[in-house]
Design a protein around this ligand. Structure first.
Ligand SMILES: [Zn+2]
Ligand SMILES: [Zn+2]
Length: 261
């Protein structure tokens, strides 16, 4: 079980009790009161929890991507290869330096992502950011620009938040984010692209072609880290990296919560 933030309701009860009783004893009493009145629930399936985090069932459903993996696109490999590159990256190197995904896109990660993205479940942001913290720490470097993949404004107004921007914000605020430079508005989406579900790789590439622009110039050689929730074929990340490189970016890396395959 991993530690996550307390719910806003619990924080409020703990704070109110702490204010009335004063000092640490009051805060501790407030926490006990909060835990008694509002038992912890798994943020995914809502099963009661003894501690903080996801319940064992939801947690064990997530399939972390670990070595051996392609050091370029981050795809899991059946065994270690001498150059650590998959065949696809050999034949057609992507415009990104390193793509890393925390987890495979399976039932468990899809449920979390869909609820976070379409279910108005902003409370899942800290859970997902915590699950991705170790991968972020391996990529983040001081001075790196951290850019979420943007939504087009029509989709943004419908959803009211951009899940990738929320994830980037939480990761940059984590201890591993020290020294990185969050730049949430730098990459803009110029047009509303079709939903990509059901599209093949070529159609996806075509769909996102010229979909992005930068709102200000880049310093030449600037390292960039893109953040997104899910990667399917990589078409969106590749197109964003292409625009960034054209504007003078140095290495462009990407971190996603889950990847398909
Ligand atoms: Zn659960
Ligand atoms: Zn690869």
């Amino acid at each position: 079980m991993i530690g996550f933030e307390k719910s806003p309701a619990k924080q409020l009860i703990a704070r109110l009790a702490g204010r009335n009783m004063g000092q640490n004893m009051g805060r501790n009493m407030g926490q006990i009161l909060a835990d008694t009145l509002l038992p912890r629930l798994c943020p995914d399936c809502r099963a009661p929890l003894a501690g903080a985090g996801l319940c064992g069932r939801c947690w064990s459903g997530l399939q972390a991507i670990a070595e051996p993996l392609c050091h370029c696109c981050g795809r899991g490999l059946p065994h270690q290869l001498p150059d650590n590159l998959c065949l696809a990256c050999h034949l057609n190197p992507p415009p990104l330096g390193r793509i890393r995904a925390g987890y495979l896109y399976n039932d468990a990660s899809r449920r979390l992502i869909l609820a976070f993205k379409h279910g108005d479940r902003l409370d899942l942001g800290p859970v997902i950011a915590q699950l991705l913290a170790a991968s972020f720490a391996r990529l983040a470097e001081p001075g790196m620009l951290v850019l979420p993949i943007p939504l087009h404004r029509t989709r943004y107004f419908k959803r009211r938040y951009n899940q990738s921007a929320e994830l980037a914000r939480l990761l940059c605020a984590s201890p591993a984010g020290q020294g990185v430079r969050p730049a949430p508005g730098l990459l803009r989406r110029l047009r509303a692209t079709r939903q990509m579900g059901g599209l093949g790789q070529a159609a996806r590439q075509c769909n996102v072609k010229n979909a992005f622009a930068l709102s200000r110039p880049l310093v030449a050689g600037q390292p960039v880290l893109l953040i997104d929730d899910v990667m399917t074929t990589g078409a969106t990340l590749h197109e964003a990296a292409r625009i960034l490189k054209k504007a003078g970016a140095g290495q462009v890396d990407a971190l996603v919560f889950a990847r398909v395959g």
